[in-house]
Ligand binder design. Structure first.
Ligand code: AMP
Ligand code: FE
Ligand code: FE
Ligand code: ZN
Length: 275
């Protein structure tokens, strides 16, 4: 396996990651990476810190991961090379963050009914950044000894089928793609092998989709080959990354552990008009 110089899917404490943007950059430098994209859920708040920490040693591509809900279920999109200052995208993200707060409070209320009272301020503090999410609630449950792993929180209480689950505000795929485009970004379907929409890629292309996340921890070599073929057929960019959330975190893999060809960054730059 060639050593990867690129990781285009990374989370930090700006959303549900465990490491600060600065710590993520130090890790990426230690692993010898040349380019990373910070792709926190519904927020660009970590990008400036990561870029400042990186200086000229490493390119930090401004990114965001936004989930959508529609006829195709729960699809995740990455916006890469978005302008972090774009008012339209930021307004969309702000609305989702606001909705996340009300939704997390409802989850906390349901957990109290189930005999697991949590202090809202504690959850808020655990979130720290702007995007409060279920992983923060899972960590609070763990701190109180209600569960023994954060995974247990999802399996028993706050997963999709769980008794304390509350859905959150989601845009449609078209709205997500539009917001990414208006911010000058490239719209990529994240971890597509599990999206269930690979037979409808053409529809998404007509809605403005420009790339598929071909290289991903859980993708088998066959998945990767099939996705590369789809990219070629539909003129889509191939991207990839670890979906790193933190050391010991169940989701994702270590920074730089997924091989992503350097050409992906060049193609992205061209598409985003950065070359
Ligand atoms: P939220 O955005 O608040 O709905 O939380 C979604 C995040 O929770 C995802 O980005 C994952 O990091 C994590 N997550 C979602 N489902 C699970 C699960 N079944 N097991 C563990 N973590 C999960
Ligand atoms: Fe996450
Ligand atoms: Fe995702
Ligand atoms: Zn992710």
């Amino acid at each position: 396996m060639q050593r990867s110089l690129v990781d285009l899917h990374i989370h930090s404490t700006a959303s549900d990651g465990v490491l600060t943007p600065t710590e993520v950059v130090h890790l990426a430098l230690k692993r010898g990476l040349s380019a990373i994209a910070l792709t926190d859920h519904d927020t660009l708040a970590g990008v400036a810190e990561a870029q400042a920490a990186a200086g000229t040693r490493l390119e930090v591509i401004p990114g965001v991961e936004v989930n959508s809900e529609g006829d195709w279920g729960d699809l995740h999109f990455l916006g890469l090379y978005v302008d972090p200052e774009n008012p339209f995208l930021n307004e969309r993200l702000r609305a989702m963050q606001e909705a996340r707060v009300g939704r997390a409070q409802r989850i906390v209320k349901k957990l109290a009914w189930l005999g697991m009272p949590l202090d809202w301020e504690e959850v808020r503090a655990l979130a720290g950044g702007q995007s409060v999410g279920r992983p923060h609630i899972a960590r609070a449950l763990l701190n109180h000894g209600y569960i023994s792993t954060t995974q247990e929180a999802f399996d028993r209480y706050i997963g999709r089928e769980g008794p304390a689950y509350v859905p959150r505000l989601r845009l449609t795929p078209t709205e997500v793609i539009e917001a990414i485009h208006r911010a000058g970004g490239v719209a990529v379907l994240a971890h597509p092998a599990y999206s269930g929409v690979l037979n409808q890629v053409e529809t998404f292309v007509s809605h403005g989709l420009e790339g598929l996340e071909v290289y991903y921890p859980d993708h088998s070599p066959e998945d990767t080959q099939a996705l590369l073929a789809l990219c070629q057929r539909h003129g889509l960019l191939a991207t990839g990354g670890s979906d790193f959330h933190g050391p010991g975190y169940e989701e994702g893999a270590p920074v730089g552990s997924v091989y992503v060809p350097w050409e992906c960054v060049q193609a992205l730059r061209r598409k985003a008009g950065r070359l």
